[in-house]
Design a protein around this ligand. Structure first.
Ligand code: PEP
Ligand code: MG
Length: 345
């Protein structure tokens, strides 16, 4: 099983067996992440962790994550039929903030719907849940839940020392971003942001980033929507890869939008793309400022990133963008990163 590539091979042949054995023998060569993500020439790229609650956050801090780039708050309440109280929420959020005193923690408001239904927010009878009332859109049908969540976040923040940033999932327009920023300001939250995971948000990043302080690219959903390929369907896996040149272009457009008019608002990546060491180099070359991933991947991403200069990463980004297919983009970039072979990645 190759979790990084999302592949299970039921009946491996000799060369696949040998590759797995090589990986097992070299995995231990990977040094622990030392807590500073950077390219060979010292361009800093903070490496953050994706977490679903306090337990994950404590584990990520032990692996030297530089903060949290995505706290999926819905994971705290997946078993719930009813809305958690403000007190319950504040306690759950504080558990994560307390693992990172003085560090950045980017919390995402409830992303209910599609693959993560929450009975108190989502309608299980929708014909197309991935295109339905999910993420920020649940505020259209169940007003009040978002405001109460923001109150809980503000309370937890006051009681902790983390640098808390708050972002909304599934933002599609600048108007939505503006309303989210207003709600955050009313709750006393200083740094509002959005996830860019709908192609319309990437295409209008300049207008969206006029309204909020930062953006984080959710490449899992951005890929499924750019490719019109349900991320839960195995037969569509070849379409559903962030190596698709179309997805890389949307990443590039988001970064360009963020730099327009001298805004220079930070744009990170928190989808699974950031955990692929070769793609992490490409994303850095495209200009993203932070990479957030499952904590297990921090060491591999850090090890590969520090073998290239920023200029080399930019060249690799150009190479990937010029590829006619996802397969070639991946193969061309990987061929220029010999460290991957050395480390069995
Ligand atoms: C994403 O869509 O890339 C993302 C990080 O959000 P999730 O995987 O939780 O939908
Ligand atoms: Mg998403």
């Amino acid at each position: 099983m190759d979790g990084a590539a999302g592949l299970i091979t039921a009946d491996p042949d000799d060369s696949q067996r040998a590759a797995a054995e090589h990986w097992a023998a070299t995995a231990s060569l990977l040094a622990d992440f030392d807590g500073t993500g950077a390219t060979a020439d010292g361009h800093l790229v903070p490496l953050l962790a994706n977490v679903g609650g306090a337990k994950d956050a404590v584990a990520a801090a032990k692996l030297n994550a530089q903060g949290v780039g995505l706290f999926r708050t819905e994971f705290c309440f997946l078993e719930r039929d009813t809305e958690p109280t403000v007190d319950e929420q504040a306690a759950a959020y504080k558990g994560v903030f307390d693992a990172f005193p003085g560090k950045k923690v980017v919390l995402r408001t409830l992303d209910a719907g599609a693959d993560k239904p929450l009975p108190f927010l989502t309608d299980a009878t929708e014909p197309n849940p991935a295109l339905g009332v999910r993420g920020y859109r649940t505020d259209f049908t169940t007003p009040g839940v978002l405001e109460r969540q923001l109150q809980a976040i503000a309370r937890a923040e006051q009681e902790s020392e983390a640098d808390v940033w708050v972002m909304a999932p599934m933002i599609s327009t600048a108007e939505e971003a503006a309303r989210f920023a207003t709600l955050c300001a009313e709750a006393g939250i200083k740094t509002p942001g959005v996830m860019v995971e709908v192609p319309s948000a990437a295409l209008t990043a300049e207008a969206i980033l006029r309204e909020v302080g930062f953006a984080s690219l959710g490449t899992n959903d951005l890929t499924q929507y750019a490719m019109a390929a349900d991320r839960q369907l195995g037969p569509l896996a070849a379409l559903n890869t962030p190596w698709q040149p179309a997805v890389l272009r949307l990443v590039g457009l988001t970064v360009e939008g963020s730099a327009a008019e001298g805004h220079n608002k930070p744009v990170g990546v928190c989808g699974e793309a950031a955990a692929d060491p070769a793609l992490a180099v490409v994303l850095t070359g495209l200009g993203v400022s932070t990479l957030s991933m499952t904590a297990r991947s921090l060491a591999a991403v850090a090890a590969v990133l520090k073998t290239v200069t920023l200029a080399e990463a930019q060249e690799l980004a150009k190479l990937a963008l010029s590829a006619p297919s996802a397969t070639e983009a991946r193969a061309w970039v990987r061929a220029k990163l010999p460290i991957l072979e050395e480390l069995g990645l």
